[in-house]
Design a protein around this ligand. Structure first.
Ligand code: CO8
Length: 275
C-alpha cells in the first residue's frame, strides 16, 4: 500500500472548519520530492473550493522536522530539464498555497530549511515551537533560494535582514525568528515535561489555538481581509485602496453582516454561516 505523503485532517465539533494539512514523508524528513509536491498541489485544489474549510494549519508528522526543503537526493538523479520542470511545479505549488482564500498557519515544530522555510513563507502566519530551526542554507549549497525565498522574506522582514540570513546561510531558532518578525508566536519549552509528554507538537497546539481564535469570525470577512491585505504589497496605494473597497463591497450584502449587527444589539455572540 502506498502511504499518503500529504494527509488532511478535518476537525469536528467546536473545531469544525479547521483543517490540518500534514506533511508525512518521514524517511526523507519531508523533503519536497516530485511525488510530495504533486500530492500537495492536489490537496490544495481540494481545499481551495471547500467553503467548509475556514482555517488551514500546516504541520509535520515527523518529530524534529517541519520540512527539510527540496529533495537533494532526487535532485541529483534529475536531468537539467527535469530539474526545471520540478522547480516550476514547486513554485506553482507555493503560489497556489499563498493564493488559498482561507487563512493559513504554519506550525513550525522542527527544522524548516530551504524550500521548507520558503513553503512556510507562503502561509499567512507562522507559529514556532521550542525546537524550530529555520534557515535558507542555499548559498552553502552554491545555489540561491529559488522558490520565492528572496522575494517573500524581503517582503516580510526587509532586504538587509534577508541578506544577512541568505549570505550567511545561518540556521536560527524561534526567538531570533520572533524578533525579526518571521514568526508570529513562539511556544516556550515546557520545563516540567516528563517522559510521557513531548515538545514535538507544542507549536502545532498553539497554531490550533490561533485557528480557534479566527474560526468564530465572519468567514467571508476573513477571506476578503486576506485578499485585500495580500494586494496591499503588490499594487500602488491608490489601487490598494480601490481593492480594499471592492473587498469591502463583498461583505456588505452578506447575511453574516446582519447577524453581526443583531448579535451586538442582543448582547450575544454572533453565529456566522459564511453567507
Ligand atoms: N533531501 C533529501 N533527503 C534528505 C534531506 C533533503 N533535503 N534532508 C534530509 N534528508 C534525508 C537524509 O539524507 C537522511 O537520509 P538517510 O537516512 O538515507 O541517510 C534522512 O533524511 C535523515 O536525515 P538526518 O539524519 O540528517 O536527520 P536529522 O534529524 O539529524 O536532521 C535535518 C534533519 C536538520 C533536516 C537535516 O537532515 C538537514 O539539515 N537536511 C538538509 C537540509 C537542507 O539543506 N535543505 C535545503 C535544501 S536546498 C532547497 O531546499 C532549495 C529549494 C529551492 C528550490 C528552487 C531552487 C532554484
Amino acid at each position: 500500500t502506498t502511504v499518503n505523503e500529504v494527509v488532511l485532517l478535518r476537525h469536528s465539533g467546536a473545531d469544525k472548519g479547521i483543517l490540518t494539512l500534514e506533511l508525512n514523508r518521514p524517511k526523507a524528513k519531508n523533503a519536497l520530492s516530485r511525488s510530495l509536491v504533486a500530492e500537495f498541489r492536489k490537496v490544495l485544489s481540494e481545499i481551495r473550493n471547500d467553503h467548509d474549510v475556514r482555517v488551514v494549519v500546516i504541520r509535520s508528522t515527523v518529530p524534529g522536522v517541519f520540512c527539510a526543503g527540496a529533495d537533494l537526493k532526487e535532485r541529483a538523479t534529475m536531468s537539467p530539464t527535469e530539474v526545471e520542470q520540478f522547480l516550476y511545479s514547486m513554485k506553482t505549488a507555493f503560489k497556489e498555497l499563498e493564493a488559498l482564500p482561507q487563512p493559513t498557519i504554519a506550525a513550525l515544530d522542527g527544522a524548516a530549511l530551504g524550500g521548507g522555510f520558503e513553503l512556510s513563507l507562503c502561509c499567512d502566519l507562522r507559529i514556532a515551537g521550542p525546537r524550530a530551526i529555520l534557515g535558507l542554507p542555499e548559498t552553502s549549497l552554491a545555489i540561491i533560494p529559488g522558490a520565492g525565498g528572496t522575494l517573500r522574506l524581503t517582503k516580510l522582514i526587509g532586504s538587509s535582514r534577508t541578506k544577512a540570513l541568505v549570505f550567511t546561510a545561518r540556521r536560527f531558532g524561534p526567538y531570533p525568528a520572533l524578533s525579526m518578525g518571521i514568526v508570529n508566536d513562539v511556544v516556550e519549552a515546557n520545563e516540567c515535561m516528563d517522559e510521557n509528554t513531548s515538545d514535538h507538537s507544542l507549536g502545532y497546539e498553539r497554531a490550533i489555538e490561533w485557528a480557534r481564535e479566527i474560526l468564530p469570525n465572519g468567514p467571508i470577512a476573513v477571506r476578503m481581509a486576506k485578499r485585500s491585505i495580500d494586494h496591499a504589497s503588490k499594487v500602488d496605494p491608490g489601487t490598494g485602496l480601490d481593492v480594499e473597497q471592492l473587498c469591502y463591497a463583498q461583505v456588505i450584502p452578506t447575511e453574516d453582516r446582519l447577524e453581526g449587527l443583531r448579535a451586538f444589539k442582543e448582547k450575544r455572540k454572533p453565529v456566522y454561516k459564511g453567507c
